[in-house]
Design a protein around this ligand. Structure first.
Ligand SMILES: N[C@@H](CCC(=O)N[C@@H](CS)C(=O)NCC(=O)O)C(=O)O
Length: 221
């Protein structure tokens, strides 16, 4: 195992970056963070494109190995540091369930969050009822999964929970009430994870700073 410090390129408010940050803390990785301000277009510079031609965050650099796609980085981190195998069990079926929830987050939940939140944040468009309904549908689905178990993929926290939590908290940037989704299990799950994860505040502060900026912008300050 290389003893070199990992380097993460993060935008502090970004959901996949916050999720990877939580995973890195959970496994006790030693890392440095380089902030990339995507609002200022810092991810589109030739220097950044040379590291990640997709020009997205997060990106991880581990010596001469470079990886992007948040969920792939999280899987790499647990496999590399492996101290908390429960986060991404080596058991075939347990891992398959974590993967199912990670893929659902990538293609279902986070897409719905993105489609509802980002037009309001980036283009100052009014909230779309159609996008809100699509998001409610995803939250209700998670509620049904949480009837049978405490966490997304079992009875303990996995990397799927950390990505799902990052997606769900992203709605704080706008006015979206998870309470309006008739999903009490999801509300309780988010509240529980926020208190259970010792690193939650440290890894998610950038989101709440951006929420404050958004509030000021919306009120014309
Ligand atoms: N599927 C990718 C999505 C990465 C992504 O789109 N990140 C956003 C920030 S949340 C970004 O880099 N946006 C810049 C752009 O698309 O121009 C992942 O999960 O890592």
């Amino acid at each position: 195992m290389s003893s070199q410090k990992l380097k993460f390129y993060f935008c502090p408010a970004s959901a996949p970056c916050r999720a990877v940050h939580m995973v890195a803390k959970a496994v006790g990785a030693d890392f440095d963070i380089k902030n990339v301000d995507i609002m200022k277009g810092e991810h589109r510079t030739p220097e950044y494109a040379a590291i990640n031609p997709m020009k997205t965050v997060p990106t991880m650099v581990d010596g001469d190995f470079i990886l992007w796609e948040g969920r792939a980085i999280s899987q790499y981190l647990v496999q590399k540091y492996g101290k908390e195998n429960q986060l991404y069990s080596v058991d075939l079926k347990k891992r398959a369930l974590v993967n199912r929830m990670l893929y659902w987050d990538a293609t279902g939940l986070y897409q719905a969050v993105y489609n509802y939140v980002m037009p309001q944040v980036l283009k100052r468009l009014p909230p779309s009822e159609e996008a809100a309904e699509a998001l409610r549908k995803q939250v209700k689905y998670l509620n049904s999964e949480l009837q049978a178990r405490k966490y997304a993929a079992g009875d303990h926290v996995t990397i799927a929970d950390l990505h799902i939590l990052a997606s769900l908290t992203h709605v704080s940037l706008v006015s979206f009430d998870i309470g309006s989704c008739e999903a009490p299990k999801v509300e309780a799950y988010v509240a529980r994870l926020k208190t259970e994860l010792a690193y939650f505040d440290q890894c998610n502060g950038g989101l709440y700073q951006m929420c404050e900026m958004m509030k000021k912008m919306m009120s014309g300050q």
